[in-house]
Structure formats: C-alpha cells, structure tokens
Write a new protein. Structure first.
Length: 225
C-alpha cells in the first residue's frame, strides 16, 4: 500500500514506498481546539490499516468544540482541559502530560490546537510533538495563514507538518503538500483545498516521524533492519 498517492504535489525528503509497521502501534494523543476533521482523517488512515497507530485520547480546550462529537463518533475518549482555568501555559502543559500518561499516549499530535505550547511539553516528548499548519512554512505562520496567503497573492500555497519547537509554527519540517491558488479563490475555497491535502499528509508525516525515531521493527521478520 503506497504511503501517499502520486497525484498530489508532495514534498518530502525521503518517503518510503509503503506504510511502515512498528513493533507496537504508535500511541497517539491528539490535541484539538476546533472541528477535528484532521482527527477524523488520522482515524480513517488507522482504520484503513495504513498508519500503524491507535488514538489513545483526544484532548480539547474549548467546551463545545466540534472535535468532541467526532471523537465520540469514533469511540475515542476525550478530555476537556480548558486553558482558561489554568494560571499559566506551563500549568496547562503539565496537565496535558499527566493526561497523556493516564491514557498511555506518547505521540503528541496537534491537530488544530490553537494554544502555544511550552518547553515543558516539548521536553517531555522529544521529537514526538507534531503540528499541522495551513501554509507552506516558513511562509505565513500564525493564526491567519490562509487569509494572508490570499492577500499576498501567492500562486502556490499548501500545508506543512512539522516537529514542534518553542517558536510558533517553527521546527523541522516533515512533509509539505502544495496546492494552486486561483484568482477567484475565497478564503473558504483555498482552505478547503489545503485541508484536503492535510488529511493526506498528516498520517504519512506521523509514520515518517516515527520511522525517523528509529525503533522500527521490520514487519515481516520482526527484526530491526
Ligand atoms: C487545520 O487547517 C490546521 O492546519 C490548523 O487548524 C486546522 C484544524 O482543522 N492548524 P480541524 O479542526 O482538524 O478541522
């Protein structure tokens, strides 16, 4: 099974041809603030037996966020950690770490998590905190990436999955996918085109990040390559 189909504009340094199998399924904790369509896409990839992983828990920070219903529909536990109730970002991150530990998740998958994270979370999961952003980083970091890309008149936009570092929307890039920007595009139209690519690259990026982290065990022999 191909990791990604060949019809997208996909930029990644070294894509393996097949989805990797790991000694154990990756244990994901998904952090989301909004609709949760990326959560659904990751779950669908797991369901198709592509991404070798389980979603252990969904953490959300906005009561009533759409992601809650999606998690319920997928049969996934969800935990509300409302950032408004914490004295600091570090305090919230400590609770995130505790919740991930409770649900035995060790990959932190930020899927529309609209909070800045701190060194506390990043250091707890070295190179295992990932984020998706709706632009070709380093262009247009921040919360209005799609609007800014349109306003700038770029002809190519896209999305990026990257390792999370302390600066917002920075960190080593794992995969990018590009999409065309058309003159008549609205923000909604461009966003939808970008999101279609997000759903494809996020599962692949998680697999690649895990491959990079080495503990890969050959699916056929059970031995390390
Ligand atoms: C995505 O476009 C992602 O790039 C950005 O937030 C959005 C989340 O969408 N960081 P959803 O909640 O997964 O539908």
């Amino acid at each position: 099974m191909a990791l990604v189909s060949p019809d997208s504009v996909l930029v990644s340094p070294s894509l393996p041809s097949c989805w990797p199998r790991f000694s154990q399924p990756l244990k994901l904790g998904v952090l989301a603030s909004g609709r949760g369509t990326n959560l659904e896409a990751i779950a669908a990839s797991i369901q198709r037996q592509e991404l070798h992983a389980t979603i252990q828990v969904v953490i959300y920070n906005n009561p009533g966020a759409g992601v809650v219903d999606r998690a319920r529909g997928l049969g996934l536990p969800s935990v509300l950690l409302n950032h408004r109730h914490y004295p600091s970002r570090e305090a919230l991150d400590l609770d995130i770490i505790q919740t991930l530990a409770t649900y035995q998740a060790n990959w932190v998958i930020m899927a529309g998590w609209m909070r800045c994270v701190t060194q506390v979370l990043i250091e707890a999961f070295p190179r295992q905190v990932l984020n998706i952003h709706p632009s070709l980083l380093p262009s247009f970091p921040g919360t209005h990436a799609v609007d800014q890309a349109l306003a700038a008149g770029v002809k190519l936009s896209g999305c990026t999955v990257h390792h999370v570092e302390i600066q917002v929307d920075r960190g080593p890039i794992i995969i990018q996918a590009g999409v065309p920007v058309y003159p008549q595009d609205s923000v909604a139209a461009l966003q939808a085109r970008i999101q279609a690519q997000e759903y494809r690259i996020y599962p692949a990026a998680i697999a690649l990040a895990a491959l990079d982290r080495a503990n890969l065990v050959d699916g056929k022999t059970g031995k390390r390559p």
